[in-house]
Design a protein around this ligand. Structure first.
Ligand SMILES: NC(=O)C1=CN([C@@H]2O[C@H](COP(=O)(O)OP(=O)(O)OC[C@H]3O[C@@H](n4cnc5c(N)ncnc54)[C@H](O)[C@@H]3O)[C@@H](O)[C@H]2O)C=CC1
Ligand SMILES: O=C(O)/C=C/C=C(\O)C(=O)O
Length: 484
């Protein structure tokens, strides 16, 4: 049985307590994972603290940049190993992870190495009453030890999206991967050792959230800042933990994202884009679409095309090139998604397709499969139109005017992302400005330039990461004022 260990101070460390990691494909035990106790979390935080003043703390920016390029190159060299590990933990199609998860894992180190290498400083010359003047310039220093709390949907991508900038800015990290996806964060420990990242700079502690490793880490007084991606309720708990010691948090949380399809849209592109935004990664993407608003003249045609596309998604194993959709992450998450499928039925939805569990071959029948599901006919107040399901499903509703669809899109506690499909450029600009979200895509979805601000409005997040915006969180900005 594969045993997954913590990575503390450059060494792989077992815990007394272990938990099972099961495969989403068949629910069989894949590995035993060491659950870090309080003492191991203490050790990881102490190692990270001590590394700040060791060789890591005295590296030049150029040295750090070289090391981070080394990490990116080593991830790419071990591409197949990361791919296997990520797909084993999540069950996602290799075709998807090959194009998104693993390349972004490497790119997240390169982009932030480039950012810190090129970022300018601000400078203000001021007048003083004695006429001699003064000069002000700003310098950035690392915050210290950063706790990185990660989800399971895009494990390597979302973890490195935080570890990349944290290290580029000279911090050290203690990562708590999701209990569902322990492998790639652990593998990254090998990479760190291999490329010469000093011991204690990158640490990984495995375990759960409340009363376990996640809580031990986020409440640890030795942690200077916490960055988190996951559910909004968890984000709120982490904010409470961070309040002790008034520590900064960066939170990227849930969404109930809309796609808006105007009648003048490029129909095929809108269908293809919406199929991806609803069903990619089995709907387990915080940016994914769960509410689709279609302008009435093309409503029926659009629903029919979406149905055809959803039904063509073949469920299967990661390595099969014919696989169009993988399983959900766990039996627990499958039960949650299916409970929404039942709720939609109870609330009177018209089921366009799906609504249950697909028939799978015997060897996979215990896996966490659900059918891609489309509903119509519900009011915006229905549970599946308001709450984040985080599964491969959407409700499609018609609309009659631009003002109406903007109002309905904004009528939600979340504000992460929206995809607007139209060929009218004026309208695209107008609607993008009015939508209350952190990310508005026009005629695209999940098109990511890593230099841009990324994060959510309303209950979808606090703060922005990406490009220079990440520096706001991962560095302390100090003004130096020199009287001449
Ligand atoms: N990117 C996103 O927006 C994501 C949203 N979700 C949503 O969250 C739901 C639950 O999924 P989970 O993985 O359980 O998300 P979660 O938000 O509970 O967990 C995310 C991470 O936080 C840790 N955690 C949980 N409670 C904690 C606490 N009190 N203190 C410190 N760390 C804590 C977990 O161990 C995990 O590493 C999903 O069904 C989905 O709706 C899940 C994953 C990603
Ligand atoms: O591209 C990114 O940086 C992030 C994408 C997706 C998420 O944040 C998510 O699904 O949680």
């Amino acid at each position: 049985m594969n045993l997954i260990k913590n990575f503390i101070d450059g060494k792989f460390v077992e815990s007394t307590k272990k938990f099972e990691k099961r495969s989403p494909l068949d629910n069989k035990v894949l590995a035993l994972v060491s659950e870090a106790d309080r003492a191991q979390v203490d050790a990881a935080v102490a190692a990270a603290r001590s590394a700040l003043t060791g060789p890591w703390g005295s590296l030049t920016v150029a040295n750090r940049v070289d090391l981070l390029y080394g990490v990116a190159n080593e991830i790419n060299r071990r591409f197949e190993q990361f791919l296997e590990a990520e797909c084993a933990d999540t069950g996602k199609p290799m075709s998807l992870a090959r194009h998104i998860d693993i390349p972004r894992g490497a790119a997240n180190f390169k982009i932030f190495a480039d950012v810190v290498k090129n970022v300018p400083s601000e400078f203000f010359e001021m007048e003083t009453p004695d006429g001699r003047g003064a000069l002000n310039y700003a310098v950035r220093s690392p915050i210290g030890v950063i706790a990185v709390i990660c989800p399971w949907n895009l494990p390597l991508l979302l973890m490195t999206w935080k570890v990349g900038p944290a290290l580029a800015c000279g911090n050290t990290v203690v990562v708590k991967p999701s209990e569902e996806t322990p492998q790639t964060a652990t593998l990254l420990g090998e990479v760190m050792n291999q490329v010469g990242i000093p011991q204690g700079v990158y640490n990984v502690v495995h375990g759960f959230g409340p009363n376990s490793t996640g809580e031990f880490l986020t409440t640890h007084p030795g942690v200077n800042a916490i960055t988190f991606t996951g559910e909004t309720r968890t984000g709120a708990a982490i904010m409470k933990a961070a309040a002790e010691g008034a520590r900064p948090v960066s939170l990227e949380m849930g969404g109930k994202n809309a796609a808006i399809i105007f009648a003048d849209a490029d129909f095929d592109a809108a269908v293809e884009g919406t199929l991806r935004s609803c069903f990619a990664n089995c709907g387990q993407v915080c940016l994914g679409t769960e509410r689709v608003y279609v302008e009435r003249p093309i409503f029926d045609k659009f629903v029919a095309a979406l149905k055809q596309g959803a039904e063509a998604l073949k469920p299967g194993i990661p390595s099969d090139p014919a696989t169009g959709i993988g399983p959900l992450i766990s039996k627990e998450h499958q039960a949650k998604v299916l409970s929404y499928y039942h709720k939609a039925k109870e609330e009177g939805a018209t089921l366009v397709t799906g609504g249950g569990v697909p028939t799978m071959p015997d060897a996979l029948s215990d896996g966490c499969w659900v059918q891609p599901t489309i509903w119509t006919g519900l009011p915006d107040s229905a549970a599946v139109c308001r709450e984040e399901v985080f599964g491969p499903c959407c409700h499609v509703a018609p609309f009659d005017s631009e003002d109406e669809v903007v109002r309905r899109t904004n009528d939600n506690v979340y504000g992460l992302a929206t995809a607007i499909w139209t060929t009218d450029l004026q309208r695209a600009h107008r609607v993008a400005r009015k939508i209350e979200v952190g990310i508005a895509w026009v005629n695209s979805w999940f098109l990511r330039d890593l230099r841009t601000p990324f994060g959510g409005a309303k209950q979808s997040g606090i703060g922005r990461e990406g490009g220079v915006h990440s520096l706001e969180f991962y560095t302390e900005l100090k003004n130096v004022c020199i009287k001449l």
